[in-house]
Design a protein around this ligand. Sequence first.
Ligand code: NAP
Length: 271
Amino acid sequence: MIYKTIQNEKVPTFGLGTWLLNGQECTDGVAHALDIGYRHIDTAQGYDNEAEVGAGLEHSNVARDDIFLTTKLKPSNFHRDAVLRTTDESLRKLGTDYVDLMLLHWPNPSVPLEETLTALRELQDQGRVRHIGVSNFPPSMVSEAQQYATIFSNQVEYHPYLTQDKLREQAQQDDYLLTAYSPIARGQVFGDDTLKEIGAKYGKNEVQVTLRWLVQQDNVAAIPKAASAEHREANAAVAEFELSDDEMARIHALNRDERLIDPADGPDWER
Ligand code: NAP
């Protein structure tokens, strides 16, 4: 697996996303991913699958300490009481004493960042949340969050058609992990001629080239979701090859600022 050092800690930067993975498929998928080498698992209160993810951790043959486990607070749980209460619930469902990373899933302008992050710092002091992070935060909001807590990660949509240059620069400057969600553009990278051509040289497909491109960048992690064992295995091939600087640049040039996840009440992304 691929590790990077972020804030002096070695972090596995290739993981399994679990949005829309539920029930037995989720439990089996998480256990399988861990058993074939994944060491980073991403869930959220909002995915309604923390218990199944927890069962997957338990059924795998990998020790808890070797796994980087992320969950996310629902924006409706950002007031202090709800942060404390629902983090406990998440830990209980996940069957663990701590999460490696707790993210604020989306900005919620109706609750001061200071309140939510101060509550999370209490949990951090107790060892129940190892790191604090955010998700779907534009650069200026990351800076604001950094006033109240050490931000370990910002998780955002990031793929060859949305290359997030400003956030990548900020992540490198401030040494946080930029975690790419929807890293294969929810399947849309399939059929891309540039990715296909680059992959042909290595015997890899468009998805594998895209994932390699992400994890080969400083401070970047990728968490593709794959319900099928075949896809999980194919995606883990990121560790098997390396792209040249020229190929990395060609993939960056595919950017067209295309956002697949952009709710009406979402943030001003340029902020
Ligand atoms: P994604 O990972 O870009 O794409 C998932 C889709 O690609 C699934 O339909 C999957 O099919 C397919 N796929 C995976 N590997 C493949 C392969 N090797 N060949 C062909 N198809 C393949 O999209 P995503 O689920 O939106 O994002 C990934 C994760 O990011 C989520 O699961 C979640 O954990 C996180 N996320 C976070 C946020 C946020 O607001 N923070 C938002 C969106 C996503 P199968 O499932 O059928 O295998």
